[in-house]
Design a protein around this ligand. Structure first.
Ligand code: AMP
Length: 191
């Protein structure tokens, strides 16, 4: 199974990605987690991307694509993977399309978690209290929403045109959304 999960900041992407990856027995690969790990450990990559991420902007495509390519080359990705938070730009979409085409390994589904914008900011501010992420403050949250709407939301059309999109209503409890997502993804991959 080769899956992507997309959603605005606060849509519940990370939480549901973990559940989906477990269900299909594939590794969940979160570019955001990889960046945060590198920032925490002050690696050269972490030092390079910290200010960008703290401002709510996107890390440059070449940097992000290199990280994804080397992660996908690891043995645990041979049977499949779930990418959480990648691709986020059209450049990254083309990169991934090419990468998978060269390996004759097409995607099975692209999950889109949809939540109304008003609910997203509230969820992120609540998460800030719990997780203390540096990019979960009100200004950065608004910037991340704008960047998502401008650069990432349009990518959904690309996957819709390819017949890969699975739209999941992300409102409700974590358990409700998870079950809804499992049912829709199961139906999509069986079809
Ligand atoms: P996330 O945990 O997915 O919300 O990602 C946190 C932050 O990491 C984003 O706001 C971006 O600054 C950066 N980031 C994660 N994935 C990407 C990507 N595919 N392209 C560019 N920047 C990314």
């Amino acid at each position: 199974m080769k899956l992507l999960i997309m959603g605005a900041p606060g849509a519940g992407k990370g939480t549901q990605a973990t559940a989906l990856a477990e269900r299909y027995g594939v590794p969940a690969i979160s570019t955001g987690d990889i960046f945060r790990y590198n920032i925490k450990n002050q690696t050269p990559l972490g030092v390079k991307v910290k200010a960008i991420i703290d401002a709510g902007e996107y890390v440059p495509d070449d940097v992000t694509e290199e990280i994804v390519a080397s992660r996908l080359a690891e043995p645990d990705c041979e049977q499949g993977f779930l990418l959480d938070g990648f691709p986020r730009t059209m450049h990254q979409v083309h990169f991934l399309d090419r990468y998978l085409a060269e390996r004759s390994a097409p995607l099975d589904a692209v999950v889109s978690l949809m939540v109304q914008p008003e609910a997203l900011v509230q969820r992120l501010l609540a998460r800030a209290e719990i997780e203390g992420r540096a990019d979960d403050n009100e200004d950065t949250i608004r910037r991340r929403m704008e960047v998502y709407a401008g650069q990432t939301a349009p990518l959904l059309f690309h996957y819709e045109n390819k017949g890969l999109l699975v739209d999941v209503d992300g409102t409700g409890t974590v358990d409700e959304v998870r079950q809804r997502m499992f049912d829709l993804v199961d139906a999509h991959v069986k079809a």
